[in-house]
Ligand binder design. Structure first.
Ligand code: SR1
Length: 347
């Protein structure tokens, strides 16, 4: 049999076993996964951007491996819409809800309503302040610390910086705590300008802001932009202003498109600190599955990030997230929220 036909046959077999898992459940798994047919909702606040797309792919892969019927509700950066979607999920009698980002004040009461209805809830990157809701995060303090350590390694402890930040998003707020602490410990680092926006076209909007900010502050040599859409915006601005060679951008997150932007000639984006977003999506589904099965999840579920410098990526010839997972196996998986009955999805 040809390799192509063998691959096609294996995919059909894999799909068949997934469908079987949905219909019949997973042998030896705790209820309700032993019977199958578990319905779960993923309600996302942010729908635009590579991170969230990869996160949802990872969540779907893990859901399939667990025989879960996962429905994704795209919040479209709209707090009212995300609330309505949680209400819809409650009305559809799902057994679990993953709340992915969002504005806490718009969500707390509706999430409590879900909890009161016996629905298990986990939250990724939104602090719902609810003892019944485990919080999933990428260790944002470590992420920001590692990015800033790299900035110091490259630029020393004295430089003029630009900073991209929007308050109200849990991961950005945690990263901001580290930036505040870093400036206090490094008085020769000056934050000359701060800007930022999160919307459906974050990179383009940040590029407009960055252009004005960098033009007004030509002595800035470092930009701390701890979200990949922010880094893309600043990079675009630097290219349009013709200052890529004198600027260094330190960011968070990674996607195949980001790797291309980092490794291209003269790119000012010199380092990013990231988890594999597909792994984070899978961990979110596993945490929810444990909770639905009545098993221990813990208050916080943390996925540790890795520093990826432009030099390392270029030297290793890494061009995609898949290649990154092959070269750095720890990047392609996480031990968070695992159990013997859970088959981890591959990414
Ligand atoms: C607007 S919040 C942006 C962050 O959410 C995820 O945690 C990603 O890491 C991204 O940087």
């Amino acid at each position: 049999m040809s390799r192509v036909r063998l691959k096609a046959l294996l995919s059909v077999l894999a799909l068949t076993s997934t469908l079987a898992a949905t219909a019949q459940g997973i042998p030896g798994a705790p209820a309700p996964f032993d019977k199958g047919g578990v319905k779960v909702a993923l309600v996302a606040y942010l729908s635009a951007g590579d991170f969230y797309q990869a996160y949802q792919v990872g969540a779907q892969q893990q859901a399939k491996a667990l025989g879960i019927d996962l429905r994704v509700y795209p919040g479209r950066q709209d707090a009212a819409e995300q609330r309505t979607q949680i209400e819809q999920a409650i009305n559809q009698k799902v057994q679990g809800i993953i709340v992915d980002h969002g504005l806490p004040e718009a969500l707390k009461d509706v999430v409590q309503k879900a909890v009161d209805a016996g629905i298990k809830v986990v939250a990724f990157d939104v602090n719902l302040d609810n003892a019944k809701v485990p919080q999933i995060e990428q260790s944002d303090h470590a992420l920001a610390r590692q990015a800033l350590e790299q900035a110091v390694a490259d630029n020393g402890r004295s430089f003029k910086a630009g900073y991209v930040y929007v308050a109200g998003f849990a991961p950005l707020d945690r990263r901001n705590e580290v930036w505040t602490e870093f400036k206090a410990k490094n008085p020769a680092v000056t934050e000359k300008v701060r800007f930022g926006v999160v919307n459906a076209t974050t990179a383009a909007s940040v590029a407009d802001q960055a252009k004005a900010a960098l033009r007004a502050n030509p002595d800035i040599s470092v930009v701390f932009a701890p979200y990949d859409e922010f880094a893309r915006g600043v990079k675009l601005a630097a290219q349009e202003l013709g200052i890529s060679k004198k600027l260094r951008i330190y960011s968070a997150d990674v996607s195949t498109a980001d790797i291309q932007e980092i490794i291209e000639a003269n790119s000012p984006w010199v380092a990013t600190v990231a988890t594999n977003p597909a792994v984070v999506g899978a961990v979110s589904v596993r945490a929810l599955a444990l909770s639905i099965a009545g098993q221990e999840v813990g208050r916080r579920v943390v996925i540790e990030p890795t520093v990826l410098t432009q030099k390392q990526l270029r030297d290793a010839g890494v061009k995609t997230v898949e290649e990154l997972s092959t070269k750095l196996p720890a990047f392609g998986q996480s031990k968070a929220a695992t159990a013997l009955w859970i088959k981890n999805a591959a990414h």
